[in-house]
Write a protein that binds this ligand. Structure first.
Ligand SMILES: Cc1cc2nc3c(=O)[nH]c(=O)nc-3n(C[C@H](O)[C@H](O)[C@H](O)COP(=O)(O)O)c2cc1C
Length: 141
């Protein structure tokens, strides 16, 4: 099984979370290719069995949260028609509806979102492990 992880990261947390998720998936025999959202293409996801999309949380910390640089995802996400997808976001205090908004963006590109998780920036490894376990359970059900 092969995964593609697409992310945007301003200060490195979401990139680290993406790397941690790739490490965790590898423990379950799933290889990953990682792409910044600004560098991914339709061809990059063509052979993927699972596509993860990750953003950071942008907002006023307790209100108006959304995926950071949401327009990038809107314009640059590849065609995900028929792809099983998962979403994740990193956050400091409160992710609000970031994950739901990211889910809608992925669905607007044709993706079938089967799971997701908001990952607190002070426990990226723990969040990556939990998300991966949830996804593996869904994929093997
Ligand atoms: C401009 C800006 C706005 C942010 N707004 C929120 C917010 O509303 N809620 C929250 O929990 N974290 C917020 N954060 C924190 C980031 O989402 C968090 O640090 C995230 O892990 C950053 O990911 P990155 O290092 O990949 O850029 C904000 C950060 C920035 C720079």
């Amino acid at each position: 099984m092969q995964a593609v992880i697409i992310y945007d990261s301003l200060t490195g947390n979401t990139r680290r979370a993406a790397n941690d998720i790739a490490d965790e998936l590898y423990r379950f025999g799933i290889g990953s290719n990682l792409f910044k959202v600004s560098e991914v293409s339709d061809a990059a996801v063509a052979g993927a069995d699972l596509v993860l999309v990750g953003s950071w949380t942008d907002g006023l910390f307790v209100v108006a949260q959304k995926p950071g640089r949401r327009r990038k995802f809107k314009h640059l996400l590849p065609d995900l028609t028929g792809k099983r997808c998962a979403v994740f976001c990193t956050f400091a205090l409160n992710p609000g509806n970031t994950l739901n908004k990211l889910t809608k963006l992925v669905e607007a590109h044709g993706g079938d979102v089967v799971g997701g998780m908001s990952i607190r920036r002070d426990d990226l490894e723990g969040g990556a492990a939990e998300l991966t376990q949830r996804l593996v359970a869904v994929l093997s059900a």
